[in-house]
Design a protein around this ligand. Structure first.
Ligand SMILES: Cc1ncc(COP(=O)(O)O)c(C=O)c1O
Length: 394
């Protein structure tokens, strides 16, 4: 049996919406085009504002570009410091560097692998300007404590919710709690359009939203022009090209329309893994994800934590030999070549280093079948020398 690590789920409406867009352009309907900010981009943005409760959302070319846009909005300066976990994807920290500021790495909590508020406090200096928490695996960070630290110290908060679309901290959707939230619709995420993302703007300050629209549109006020607010558009600020083609927005709109169905399918797989592997955890040979009471996760990924790095690597290799693609991440950013060039070193963040060596992600996608989960868990039971357990969930 061959089981890939990830497989995107298609709802069946993607081509229908793309065809609709194609026909509207072909028929010369006003306001229909395949470049950015067309009718499907507006539908997607409206959906996100209504469903998640963001004041404003901007569709972007990626989660990476949403993070970069947020960094520009903070007006970070040379020597400003931003506290961020090292246990994340490079994009979270590149966004800080691109804006000219200094990333200061904080350790993670053992239970969730999310940034540790206590370590944020230890890393505060008079130069700290912002915190970039990352909701790892779609499990919420401890937002109460993070927002308290931000308020006490007058800091901005940019939530990296690339993995956290449709997940919640208590009754609030991830990405709507800090000043800005960043989503990813990359092929590997829960809701996809190949490459794509969104910035959620959670401030009432119209000037910030206006500036972000300008930066997203190559430094021009074209968004105002499209809305008919000015009769021509021109270059007014720095900027780049952060808006995706409306073809991608049409694809994404199909995914968002089936958001609950996709989440339900993923959750079923996540819960099956959890229930079947629970007795494995009781042997002390693996640890399963821990979901705090304040978190309503979105089944973005399923991991196990093994005894040590050697065991993790040998299990990963043997799974591959049996046709199962399991992977690990992240190599902590502070001890990566770029992290070291920024004067960080191995030994700086002990929880991050320990867990990143022991974590293994199992295949998880909406259409992973029960018999495949059964195969994966029975291979695991053999590799870990745990007697196979028959479960009502399989
Ligand atoms: C935590 C985190 N941040 C940022 C990103 C970047 O998102 P994108 O691939 O859409 O640029 C990812 C994607 O893998 C991610 O997992």
């Amino acid at each position: 049996m061959q089981i890939p690590f990830n497989r995107p789920y298609f709802t069946g409406n993607e081509l229908k919406y793309i065809e609709d867009l194609f026909n509207s352009v072909q028929n010369g309907e006003s306001d229909s085009h395949i470049s950015g900010d067309g009718k499907y981009t507006r539908k997607v943005q409206k959906f996100m504002e209504t469903k998640f409760g963001a004041k404003k959302s901007l569709l972007t070319t990626s989660g990476t570009s949403a993070l970069e846009l947020a960094s520009y909005a903070l007006n970070l300066k040379h020597k400003d410091e931003v506290i961020v976990p090292s246990y994340t994807f490079s994009s979270t920290v590149n966004a800080i560097l691109i804006a000219g500021a200094k990333p200061v790495f904080a350790d993670i909590q053992e239970e969730t692998l999310n940034i540790d508020p206590e370590d944020i406090r230890r890393k505060l200096t008079p130069r700290t300007k912002a915190i970039y928490p990352v909701h790892y695996a779609g499990v919420s960070c401890d937002m109460k404590h993070i927002m308290e630290i931000a308020e006490e110290n007058d800091l901005k908060v940019v939530e990296d919710a690339a993995q956290g679309v449709n997940a919640k901290y208590k009754d609030k959707y991830l990405g709507t709690i800090g000043d800005f939230g960043c989503y990813s619709f990359h092929e590997t995420k829960n809701y996809v359009c190949g490459e794509g993302g969104a910035l959620l703007i959670n401030t009432d300050d119209e000037a910030i939203t206006e500036r972000l629209e300008i930066i997203r549109e190559k430094g021009t006020d074209r968004s105002k022009y499209i809305r008919g607010e000015v009769d021509k558009y021109t270059w007014v600020d720095i900027g780049s090209s952060y808006l995706p083609s409306d073809v991608l927005a049409a694809f994404l709109y199909a995914q968002l329309g089936k958001m609950d169905e996709i989440q339900e399918k993923r959750m079923k797989v996540w819960n099956t893994y959890y229930e079947v592997l629970k007795p494995f955890e009781e042997t002390g040979k693996i640890r399963l994800p821990i979901i705090p009471d304040y978190s309503e996760h979105n089944a973005h990924l399923f991991y196990i934590v093994l005894e040590d790095e050697n065991k993790r690597n040998s299990v990963m290799k043997e799974l591959k030999n049996k046709g199962i693609l399991a992977v690990f991440h992240y190599i902590p950013l502070h001890s990566s070549p770029m992290g070291i060039s920024l004067k960080n070193k191995e030994g700086d963040l002990l929880v991050t280093e320990n867990l990143s060596k022991r974590l293994l992600r199992l295949p998880l996608y909406a259409e992973l079948k029960n018999y495949e989960v059964k195969y994966i868990t029975s291979v695991l039971s053999m590799l870990l020398e745990i007697p196979e357990i028959t479960s009502q969930y399989l």
